[in-house]
Ligand binder design. Sequence first.
Ligand code: AMP
Length: 277
Amino acid sequence: MEIAQTIAEFKSWRKRNLGSVGFVPTMGYLHEGHLILVRQAREENSKVSVSIFVNPTQFGPSEDFKAYPRDTERDLALLEKEQVDVVLIPSAEDMYPQGYNTWVEVEKTTERLEGSHRPGHFKGVATVVAKLFNIVEPTKAYFGQKDAQQALVIKKMVADLNMNLEVIVVPTVRESDGLAMSSRNIYLNPQERQAATVLHKALNQAQQLLQKGEKDAELIRQVMTSIITKEPLAAIDYVSIADAQTLEELSQIDRPAIASLAVRIGKTRLIDNTLLT
Ligand code: AMP
């Protein structure tokens, strides 16, 4: 496995590897959710590349950029086991040198949900992913359904800017009690970890109500809200039942829909979602 610590080193690897390249962008502190993306990339491409970069431009001033968990040594050992060919670990200075001035803004889908609670977040995400795509030149890039809105934003950017790659979205990997795997789960103390299962419970309930024939989106939002409100350690950022493509809030579930949640458990902000079928 090659480790490229600069963009130039990565480009030199790419010149020597001209076949299909799968790419998994990450912020590191890897878990099974990341590794499932790597495994799918391994199956579908002749080479697999992964980036580890905690992107400062997607964090708000009061968010956890500094505290975000990092363990590069452990990450590299995990990636080596998955037979990854190359890992890009650029510095912030290499990605955003002095005088950096270019940004990618995807409109509409970014105005809702995460976008409305984290101003500037998707501008940072779209910009860094566009830069990484230009550096890596992947054949296919892999994203998790866990960050459903991010996946939609990246797909839209790729379509709108005629980027020459395929975006693949991979189902969410969960702990045995349903909690979606996340690097941020490490922040939770044992009581909070227990309380965090409330997100999955609320999403499950939404799915079950729909399966029983309930189409009233507001009623389902209310049921989800009351499940979360009963958990004393949880505070809601948003509870959404939206069109699965545009993320517009629905009043009736009369088309493909997604239930999504952002909930604070103590100081930790968790998100999760499920496609309603
Ligand atoms: P992150 O390191 O959190 O930026 O995540 C890197 C990629 O892994 C993103 O495409 C995430 O959506 C994906 N990912 C994170 N957690 C999970 C999970 N539990 N299941 C599937 N994919 C995930």
